[in-house]
Design a protein around this ligand. Sequence first.
Ligand code: ADP
Ligand code: MG
Length: 253
Amino acid sequence: MSLIELSNVTAGYSRDHPAIEDIYLSVASNDFVAIIGPNGGGKSTLLKVILGLLTPFSGTVRVFGEEPSRSRKNIGYVPQVIPSRTFPISVLDVVLMGRMSSSGLFRKYSKIDRKFAVQNLNKLGVAHLSGKRMDQLSGGQKQRVLIARALAGEPELLLLDEPVASVDSETQHSFYNLLSNLNNRMAIVLVTHDVGAVSSHVKSIACINKHLVSHGETISEKDVAQAYGCPFELIAHGVPHRVIGAREDRDHG
Ligand code: ADP
Ligand code: MG
């Protein structure tokens, strides 16, 4: 079954200048997709559409076969870490927020919630930080905490916005090992502007620059590289890939 199915989706903040246009995307339940695109290319907008936070102007979106807003509880979302932002709450509280959908907004967290939160911090190797304030952590540590929060709701799909920005290469490496492990039990979609940050753990690649293109046989690799700023080197070699949904009827040149 397709976990995410976008068909002919146009969305954004003004109808005259949509941020993403005619998007087709299909993500299977065991997939690990990296979507690459320049800044302003519509990556975060695409994630908002999948999360049901932004209703498209046209086209259809199905997540777990339903309207995206109905499936949000099955989605773990890891927002972009903004380095300088103050974040004066504790690590444990951040992760507990991830239990909100299962505990209800106004219910107190239960012992089970706490246990689950600590377990997730443990899995991510950051349990020792649970009493710290978020803004005392490094970029890589913050990210692990935000992933622990995303996992707290026991999602079947993990969406990550620019997860590898501003972390060193060693952190990046262990981060991908972690994602690769998680991919055994959930689908993963990450978006990034950083071509160098895509690892061979990724199973599919798509490129977005307003339009979304996959690396498919029907499109010449050079055309994709030129039209979408997609990394030709990466498309041509290296990373394993398959088609995840391109407009095959469109002239991409
Ligand atoms: P990316 O995540 O790839 O950098 P975004 O999806 O954030 O790109 O942005 C796509 C386009 O939509 C950009 O032109 C951006 O300026 C515009 N945009 C993003 N968020 C908003 C917003 N809240 N209101 C108006 N325009 C926005
Ligand atoms: Mg973005």
